[in-house]
Design a protein around this ligand. Structure first.
Ligand code: FE2
Length: 307
């Protein structure tokens, strides 16, 4: 196996205010498949092209926002190595989570930005995986936007440089791109990849801890992004920005909101990253172009609306 250690971001749990509207949004519009309930207050979902048991959990609560994101490791040894080095080198507290169906223990690390970032190795395949024997491109025709998988999240929080260092030194992720601050003493935002994706997670320096800027779902083509925009317009989904392209990662994108106020993104295209690629970096005064490549200016909600 050429990709070893941490393989990808594989699971996210975040909060929604209501199940009925959330299911219309995530299942019928974005096109995720409903896997089942965990208890009365959590619903599991997955993209049709994902093999693992589930990748998205919506938890019903009185405010939106992130519970945790979690990364899949290739072995229990890698998980134990991450836990040992996290304790020894960073002193972060670690919680054990044992209530996700299909999953073994997920170890949640409380990183410096105020987020819980999990690591796990044991997870069962979904009941309905992509086909593997003389496989069709999909088994059931995808609904809505036809999102293939949960792709990445952008986290907002303080002490981002330390969390980025934990991601690189302990988890083994690579920095694919960075947006440097005006003084060039650090980064406003850093994009990190565990594999050939442009990023699995991005971390932005922000005063409030534990915040979620967006959860992103992968679409296959620019045409799919356009079709997603048509569906958003037809069904009154609030679009924040786009359709457009990012300069950073080159992803083709729309930012939009779920009915609870969590920002979502569709992400298509973008380059393939290899760990021997030089790191791409952006100047602070080019941030608008990095994020919104076509109109070259951030919109007013980018830094002010999060969950
Ligand atoms: Fe994104």
């Amino acid at each position: 196996m050429a990709i070893t250690g941490i393989l990808r971001v594989g699971l996210i749990q975040f909060r929604v205010l209501d199940f009925e509207q959330s299911l219309v949004h995530y299942r019928d519009r974005i096109g995720l498949n409903e896997v089942g309930k965990i208890d009365e207050d959590r619903i599991m979902l997955k993209g049709y092209d994902e093999f693992d048991h589930h990748s998205v959990v919506l938890r019903r609560a009185d405010r939106p926002g992130l519970d945790f994101i979690a990364f899949k490791a290739d072995s229990r040894e890698k998980v134990q190595d991450v836990l040992r080095r996290t304790r020894e080198e960073f002193g972060y507290t670690i919680e054990e989570l044992n209530d996700q169906p299909g999953y073994g223990t997920i170890y949640l690390v409380n990183v410096s930005t105020g987020h819980k970032v999990g690591v796990y190795s044991d997870v069962a395949l979904a009941e309905k995986t992509p086909m593997i024997h003389n496989p069709h491109i999909w088994d059931e025709q995808p609904r809505g936007f036809g999102a293939t998988h949960f792709d990445h999240a952008l986290l907002y929080g303080p002490n981002a440089a330390e969390t980025v260092r934990w991601f690189t030194d302990v988890m083994g992720l690579a920095i694919t791109e960075e947006l440097q601050n005006a003084e060039r003493t650090g980064n406003i935002c850093t994009w990190l990849s565990a594999s050939t994706r442009g990023h699995d997670v991005a971390v932005l320096e922000f005063p409030e801890p534990g915040k979620l800027h967006h959860v992103s779902f992968h679409l296959q083509t620019w045409d799919d992004v356009g079709r997603a925009a048509d569906i958003m317009a037809r069904y009154g989904i609030t679009i924040d920005a786009g359709p457009m392209r990012h300069g950073i990662t080159r992803g083709q994108t729309i930012y939009f909101f779920d009915p609870s106020g969590n920002r979502n993104e569709t992400f298509a295209g973008g380059y393939e990253f290899f760990p021997d690629n030089p790191r791409r970096y952006w100047d602070a005064e080019r941030a608008g172009e990095g994020v919104f490549y076509y109109n070259k200016a951030l919109n007013s909600t980018f830094l002010s609306v999060y969950s």
